[in-house]
Write a protein that binds this ligand. Structure first.
Ligand code: PLP
Length: 457
């Protein structure tokens, strides 16, 4: 795994470190975005909730003509909702300092936090001259990748598995024109294939956009900056986030570690990573196997044993929270580091509890997709355990928009069956679509040569 480190004294000298600079940029921007093209101005960058904090992810560069390589469409313009009614419902003590804050990442252009990462990774892709990008996805990564690829004129490949993918997300990838391959395997198999293609077939020139790409995590750090900004730069007691491929939690801890190193904060909040019960690899590895970061020398053999057990028992991830339906999280080592940095805990909740808490977010007036509901389930569970105190200030990350997965919501409210898009292309009766930009997914075997053939020239 690669991690990005900076020479901070050069990149962001002590004399320039202040919150007010970031704040002022947020207040004075040009609401015109560069559409992903070149010629993005500083004022346009200030509109972005990622690049407003550009000194904290200083891998990008200015070209000699003063223009930067940065790819931005005004992502990260999210907000932190002070959710008092929901907080009361869950048992927070608002009169004595307690509070629940919802960081609503559904406001991003493609409707999930993934845009924070894609803007950074596409910036890097452009710096290295990439023209073809690919990812495996449970949905939101593909939606975000396809959007940025369309905006920058790059060729996009999306690998989806036979697990669940919400219609909202699939519709985005198709609409943005990504070549969508439905591989006969689960998400973990798709990711293994796309990594193999990116890493072992350099002649194909495919740039990998999954969160194993460290540049994505640089962009996702800014979610924490915006939470701090929403709290007037005060540090909350807890950050709660769903855990899938574990990129987000890894990015969050890196943000706090760096802010502490930079002398901009003196305290780091605690972290709660929430798994779905049907995809609780991290929970098992941390709470049952007792694996800890240990300065990078974590007990890899215990992780391997766990993966071997999953293979033996054909234990495949399964949860209604499709965005976290992942059993082999690529960022596992970084998540162990995150737990160390932020004194973190891991918990799992069943689908019913996750959907119940997703629905509470809706009922109290914001809404989110199922996986995001895991963070609210986590806050409630940790309150009941007594680990989170009613007087704590807790920020839950709502990772994706309510409308990403309306099937689960309608099912919850009506009891009618969900229409998860499972093996949906097996219904071959569908006529070939005839729109001028119709973009039908291609079914392909879980085989690297077949996949490369399906990718076309
Ligand atoms: C991707 C995603 C997650 C999981 O995030 P990781 O960084 O992979 O742990 C959670 N919720 C939503 C809505 C997502 O799209």
């Amino acid at each position: 795994m690669l991690d990005i480190a900076y020479d901070w004294d050069r990149a962001f000298p002590a004399s320039q470190r202040s919150w007010s600079m970031f704040e002022q940029r947020g207040a004075s921007f040009t609401p015109r975005v560069a559409g992903g093209g070149r010629g993005v101005t500083d004022s346009m960058l200030n509109f972005s909730g990622v690049w407003r904090f550009r000194e904290l992810l200083p891998f990008w560069k200015h070209a000699p003509n003063g223009q930067s390589d940065i790819v931005s469409v005004g992502e990260g313009r999210t907000n932190l909702q002070q959710a008092d009614l929901l907080a009361q419902h869950l048992g927070f003590d608002l009169d004595n300092g307690g509070g629940l804050f919802l960081e609503y990442e559904g406001f991003n252009p493609s409707g999930s936090f993934k845009d924070n990462g894609m803007t950074a990774a596409f910036t890097h892709a452009r710096m290295v001259g990439a023209s073809r990008v690919a990812c495996a996805s449970t949905g939101n990564t593909s939606a975000s990748l396809a959007m940025y690829a369309a905006l920058t004129g790059m060729e996009a490949f999306v690998f989806i598995g036979e697990g669940k993918i919400a219609y909202g997300k699939l519709s985005q990838a198709l609409d943005y024109g990504a070549k969508t391959l439905q591989v006969a395997g689960d998400f973990d198999a798709c990711l293994a294939r796309v990594r193999a293609i990116a890493e072992t077939r350099p002649e194909l020139g495919v740039y990998l956009m999954n969160s194993v790409n460290p540049f994505r995590l640089e962009g996702q750090k800014t979610i924490m900056l915006r939470i701090l900004e929403g709290l007037n730069w005060q540090i909350p007691d807890w950050i709660v986030v769903p855990g899938g491929n574990l990129g987000n939690c890894s990015a969050f801890a890196k943000a706090f570690m760096e802010l502490k190193d930079l002398g901009m904060i003196d305290r780091i909040p605690r972290l709660a990573i929430i798994n779905a019960m049907g995809a609780r690899t991290l929970d098992r590895i941390v709470n049952e196997q007792g694996v800890v970061w240990n300065g990078g020398r974590y007990e890899k053999s215990k992780v391997d044993e766990e993966y071997a057990r999953m293979d033996r028992e054909n234990d495949q991830a399964s949860t209604v929270a499709s965005a976290i339906e992942i059993n082999r999280p690529v960022n596992l080592p970084k998540a162990l580091r995150a737990i160390e940095i932020m004194d973190g805990v891991v918990r799992s909740f069943d689908d019913e509890t996750i959907v119940e808490h997703k629905s509470l977010v809706g009922r109290y007036g914001f809404g989110c997709e199922p996986a995001s509901g895991a963070s609210i389930a986590g806050a409630r569970g940790l309150l009941e355990e007594g680990l989170i105190k009613p007087t704590d200030r807790v920020a839950c990350v709502l990772t994706g928009h309510q409308l990403k997965d309306p099937d689960v919501t309608v099912n919850y409210h009506t009891g009618l069956p969900t229409k998860q898009v499972q093996r949906w292309l097996s219904e071959q009766s569908a006529e070939n679509p005839s729109g001028s930009v119709s973009n039908r997914p291609i079914r392909v075997a879980d085989d690297i040569e077949a996949i490369i053939a399906a990718m076309g020239e």
